[in-house]
Design a protein around this ligand. Structure first.
Ligand code: NAD
Length: 439
């Protein structure tokens, strides 16, 4: 189908500031990784914006530019980092503490990383129970704290000389909350900020401040954050792109690879038991039942949507799905995720699949942060506003318009992402029909 659109992009000139609430393992692995790639000390493995190509036109046309040559993305040299954390450690110290990257590499990046010092955080112990830090904004109402974040953002913009900014939440997972009245409109939300409403989470104060400053926002954790009418409306009204929630990295990434394949062949699934051990700070926070509940919700929703038991009751109606996360300090960031999948085939005969994924959480998450930064900035320069469904590819619980179910199948998500890029550039969308080759 010929695409109708060709968007006009503001050029990617000047510096692009990346503001990150939560300078822990993921954030520092991302920042250190970008600095390492810039110096030729490593490859940006796992990043579509840096490595992937995109097919244009027919298979016989041989047009497969790199994505970064096809759409005008900011370059790594243009990125400048800033952030907030409840601990005062600079990015070098935080990366050392996180123990994801090896110390000899961090030593080579010490200078740029030491220069990234966290600003004082907006934090509420009710929302993240297991960690305690001194680097906090303590004065005034939630509205005063939002205002203080606005000043941080504008101060960073001035000091760094950035022409554009993007914010990505890489902070801890907050306890599970459902949207309530104060989240339903911007007016109610602002009243709630001024009145210190306990249902407004710190991540919502950051998202509000970002949108107030005209900054696109993404949420890498599973909690609500900006996935509420007040902030989604604010994003749309201010013509700002947003996306989330919860980076799709280890076990759920595997799930969204495998489940579409089983369904594609109409194989049944009777049970899917997933368990993990991890020992980083994220694991410690998720050891709290409230934070784990946020994670469990996003992890569990995936299979139901992919397998569609309402359409295939004989294959998936009684599927037993369980997800466990166990905090086990010796493993640090090197998580191990096991899946036992009980499937059945022809005439109902049972079979089993076992997965043992020895992954590295932050190594998988860092390239996602990079892609989200560059694509959100691109979307902002193209005037794309509100929820960016084409970035669902990166999330366990993609935000969608009300009443619309999210696409979890990673291959559909990838097609959506690439077709959106083609659409942005006025290229033909690829349907994979392919009849024209046989005319
Ligand atoms: N690594 C992955 O593969 C992955 C995948 C999906 C989601 N996530 C999510 O990404 C987030 C970051 O993961 P991580 O491994 O870097 O965790 P981490 O514990 O190493 O880092 C989180 C940081 O956020 C800080 N923080 C908490 N609340 C804050 C606040 N209100 N303001 C500022 N800073 C705050 C903490 O002090 C900590 O330094 C977590 O929510 C995690 O669940 C990670």
């Amino acid at each position: 189908m010929p695409s109708q659109n060709h968007l006009n992009f503001a050029p990617a000139d000047g510096k692009l500031g990346v503001l990150i609430p939560g300078m822990g393992a993921v954030a520092t692995t991302f920042m250190a990784g970008v600095e390492a790639v810039k110096r030729g000390l490593g490859q940006p493995v796992g990043s579509l914006t840096q490595l992937a190509t995109i097919r244009l036109g027919k298979r016989t046309d041989n047009r497969t530019p790199l994505i970064k040559d096809f759409v005008p993305l900011a370059g790594l040299d243009q990125l400048v980092f800033g952030g907030w954390d409840i601990y005062p450690d600079n990015a070098y110290e935080a990366a050392t503490h996180a123990k994801v990257l090896e110390q000899p590499l961090l030593e080579q990046l010490r200078q740029p990383l030491e220069a990234i010092r966290p600003m004082a955080a907006v934090f509420d112990q009710e929302y993240v129970k297991r960690i305690h830090g001194p680097n906090l904004k303590t004065k005034g109402s939630k509205m005063d704290k939002a205002q203080a974040l606005v000043e941080d953002i504008e101060g960073f913009r001035r000091a760094s000389g950035c022409s554009r900014l993007v914010m990505v939440w890489c902070g801890s997972t907050e306890v599970f909350h459902r949207p309530v009245e104060v989240h339903q409109s911007l007016e109610k939300f602002e009243k709630g900020l001024a009145g210190n409403d306990p249902d407004i989470a710190p991540s919502q104060v950051y998202a509000y401040a970002a949108l107030k400053c005209g900054v696109p926002y993404a949420n890498g954790a599973p909690h609500l954050s900006h996935d509420i009418p007040a902030l989604l409306d604010m994003a749309r009204d201010r013509a700002l792109p947003v996306c989330g929630k919860d980076f799709k990295t280890g076990q759920t990434y595997m799930k969204t690879l495998l489940a579409p394949g089983l369904k594609a062949r109409m194989l049944g699934v009777q049970g899917w038991f997933s368990t993990n051990i991890l020992g980083n700070r994220d694991g410690e926070v998720l050891d709290d039942p409230g934070s784990f509940k946020s994670k469990e919700e996003t992890k569990l929703s995936v299979l139901d949507q992919i397998l569609q038991p309402h359409l295939y009751p004989n294959l998936y109606k009684d599927l037993y799905h369980a997800v466990r996360i166990n905090y086990y300090p010796p493993r640090g960031d090197a998580k191990e995720g096991w899946d036992n999948i009980d499937i059945f085939g022809w005439l109902g005969y049972p079979m089993q699949i076992k997965i043992d994924f020895l992954c590295r959480d932050s190594i998988l998450a860092a390239p996602l942060v990079l892609d989200l930064v560059l694509f959100l900035d691109l979307a902002g320069r193209a005037g794309m506003k509100g929820i960016q469904e084409w970035l669902s590819f990166y999330f366990k619980a993609p935000i969608t318009a009300p009443g619309l179910y999210p696409e979890h199948d990673i291959f559909i998500q990838l097609m959506k992402l690439k077709n959106t890029l083609r659409w942005m550039r006025g290229e033909e969308l690829i349907t994979h029909l392919g009849l024209e080759y046989y005319d």
